[in-house]
Design a protein around this ligand. Structure first.
Ligand SMILES: [Zn+2]
Length: 349
């Protein structure tokens, strides 16, 4: 029986004890290493978390009223929140700044608050803020300009037109705004018929020679004959997309034949065969592709001449810089998916 046990003084016993001690030490140091690295990463995560989360309203209240960070820094922070689309946080910061007693630059902060409300789509609140500014400082053109925009977005064109008077008194050019607001009021008038609206819009066009796109978009859509009768060929390039998308039955071939740009445009579209080449690259390519099986067409995009923003849709007032009638249409060649689709459908019939 004793042969199965190792004697206490046996050298083999010492060797086993030695390896057991080594194993225990290795295990403990491995476990300790894992534990400490886990704790370190937990601490780091906790530290970084406070920068990821936005400060709550209560935290903002304490921080702003404490005055540890300058007001300019808070305004810069609110501005960057607004730029990145976090309007809620920007509004909270402006509110807290305005709550600080004896705060300087109150009017400027209120103006910024009104602007953020406008950008966020809170038009009623924005209106209230700008009216409040104008109550104490009626000669503030920036506030008047934004109040006009607010009324325009609310489709209260009568009030928007009333804002033009004080702006004019401050030597601001209001001709574009006046023509634009009057045109919008006409287009949104539910009691007027198409004919009456068209006549009134043409009156504005003859007086101002502005808003070509807005007015001729309406005329070509509702009364193409009247549109062609009053169309100024020199403005063709500005409304290239409207002309390109006209129905073939609405074309006035006599007018088209007299204008070189229109001849090239409709030869490129394939309605007429009046030219063999064009100085406009895209038209020239389309004229040369006419007798081939290539399905090509034009795609349009719109650039604001004032702020250079590019939009995929036509606009009359730029949403970026709020300028009127600054859209320039640009075009490029693309595959005509509509033609492909209609040909496929016809082949099944
Ligand atoms: Zn613009």
């Amino acid at each position: 029986m004793n042969t199965f046990f190792i004697e206490f003084r046996d050298p083999l016993f010492s060797i086993i004890i030695f390896f057991v001690i080594i194993f225990v030490i290795t295990f403990l140091s491995y476990w300790w290493g894992r534990y400490t690295s886990k704790e370190d990463s937990k601490h780091l995560d906790k530290f970084l978390q406070q920068f990821r989360a936005l400060p709550s309203q209560d935290e903002l209240k304490v921080l702003i009223s404490g005055g540890e960070i300058s007001k300019k820094s808070w305004l810069l922070l609110a501005g960057s929140y607004s730029k990145s689309g976090n309007y809620e946080k920007a509004i909270e910061i402006y509110h807290e700044i305005l709550r600080v007693p004896n705060s300087s630059n109150k009017k400027e902060t209120m103006f910024l608050l009104g602007k953020v409300y406008f950008k966020a789509g809170f038009l009623e609140r924005s209106k209230a803020v700008f009216l409040e500014i104008l109550k104490s400082s009626p000669r503030t053109p920036q506030a008047l300009h934004y109040l006009l925009l607010v009324y325009e977005y609310m489709r209260d064109y009568k009030s928007a037109l009333e804002v033009l008077e004080p702006l004019e008194q401050l030597d601001k050019d209001v001709l574009n705004d006046e023509a634009y607001l009057k045109s919008l009021a006409l287009l949104n008038n539910a009691t007027m018929g198409h004919e009456e609206k068209a006549e009134e819009l043409l009156k504005i066009y003859r007086e101002t020679h502005k808003l070509t796109y807005l007015i001729f978009e309406y005329l070509f859509r509702t009364n193409p004959k009247l549109a062609w009768e009053n169309f100024d060929g020199s403005k063709s390039e500005r409304v290239t997309d409207l002309l390109w998308n006209l129905n073939s039955k609405d074309l006035d071939l006599a007018i088209i034949a007299k204008n070189s740009y229109l001849r090239e445009l409709y030869s490129a579209r394939g309605d007429v065969d009046l030219v063999k080449s064009s100085s406009v690259f895209e038209f020239d390519v389309l004229i040369n592709l006419k007798n081939t099986k290539v399905n090509a067409t034009l795609n349009f995009e719109y650039v604001c001449d004032e702020c250079k923003h590019i939009f995929p849709f036509a606009f009359n007032r730029c949403t970026g810089c709020h300028s009127i009638d600054t859209a320039r249409v640009e075009w490029h060649l693309s595959k005509n998916y509509y033609k492909d689709f209609s040909e496929e459908n016809n082949s099944f019939q």
